[in-house]
Design a protein around this ligand. Structure first.
Ligand SMILES: NC(=O)c1ccc[n+]([C@@H]2O[C@H](COP(=O)([O-])OP(=O)(O)OC[C@H]3O[C@@H](n4cnc5c(N)ncnc54)[C@H](OP(=O)(O)O)[C@@H]3O)[C@@H](O)[C@H]2O)c1
Length: 262
């Protein structure tokens, strides 16, 4: 009986990914559906650069998990694009947990993560007058959330010795050209860049590449209508970093594939 079950399992495993709990098969996924395509998760992808990145990654034949905090918005754009959707408010530890279980159950892997969701709420503030609340909420969204997401999904990447993590940063986070304006946003991206360097060191013996990317000044709700770059050019550098070859750069800062100063 046990021998037959083992034989059946060996045969099945040639065609299906077997999901087991305590040795019992509880679900089967067709190998061509789950194992052939690389899986990417993008945060804040219901609009702007996140949505455009989802489009470009789909065109590269990735299995895209488009996430957004507003389920209605996200579901609609994911449906239009023909990609998967999952709700995610990056500030919610519970949401991150639920999403992690979902990705694990559905795919058993995550190949790339683009930490794109971000806020800019202190355009007219300066370091001496920015309300503390703005500092805290900006750092929560732009800095601590990408770290929490990375911590949640890194074990899946380590398990398969493959991963690409893109922290969407900004030239406003370059300490080499800091000023006293937009302090919360600048600090949040500076600290995000610090996290990129630390993570790169933490995974240096593995095939997991973590980089910061500045999309450029892009026409979005955040970038405004004056911005010189369109969405396509803005997302291009994120897609480049999400699809780096194994000998690609690690722990650096880029715009459109070109290295930037910290
Ligand atoms: N545009 C530029 O010129 C520029 C320049 C440098 C860097 N960046 C960076 O590029 C990234 C994308 O910016 P963008 O220009 O595309 O901005 P955007 O059009 O304002 O989009 C921001 C996205 O982040 C999402 N978001 C914010 N807080 C969230 C949360 N708690 N949970 C989940 N999603 C959340 C928004 O969702 P909702 O729709 O629900 O608000 C939206 O989808 C940001 O990290 C930004 O800092 C942009």
């Amino acid at each position: 009986m046990g021998c037959n079950r083992k034989k059946t399992e060996v045969i099945l495993s040639g065609f299906f990914h077997l999901r087991k709990i305590k040795g019992k098969i509880i679900e089967l996924f067709k190998i061509d559906e789950v194992n052939m395509k690389k899986v990417i998760l993008i945060t804040g992808a219901n609009r702007g650069i996140g949505l455009e990145s989802a489009k470009q990654m789909k065109a590269l034949d990735y299995e895209v998990i488009l996430t957004s905090r507003n389920a209605e918005d996200g579901e609609r754009v994911a449906r239009d694009l023909g990609v998967r959707f999952h709700q995610l408010d990056v500030l919610s530890a519970k949401n991150i947990d639920v999403l992690k279980s979902h990705v694990d159950t559905e795919f058993g892997r995550l190949d790339a993560l683009i930490n794109n969701a971000g806020i800019l709420i202190d355009r007219n503030d300066h370091i001496l007058d920015v309300p503390e609340e703005k500092l805290r909420s900006t750092l929560d969204t732009n800095t601590y959330a990408p770290l929490a997401l990375t911590r949640a999904f890194l074990p899946m990447m380590i398990a398969q010795n493959y991963g690409r993590i893109v922290n969407v940063s900004s030239e406003l986070g370059q300490i080499s050209s800091f000023s006293d304006s937009t302090p919360a946003y600048r600090l949040s991206k500076l600290a995000l860049n610090g996290i990129t360097v630390m993570l790169a060191d933490a995974v240096k013996s593995k095939n997991i590449l973590v980089n910061s990317v500045h999309p450029g000044w892009v026409k979005t709700d955040m970038g405004g209508a004056e911005a010189p770059l369109g969405l396509e050019e803005g997302a291009r550098g994120l897609v480049w970093a999400a699809t780096l070859p194994d000998d690609g750069p690690q722990g650096k800062f880029f715009q459109d594939g070109k290295k930037m100063a910290w």
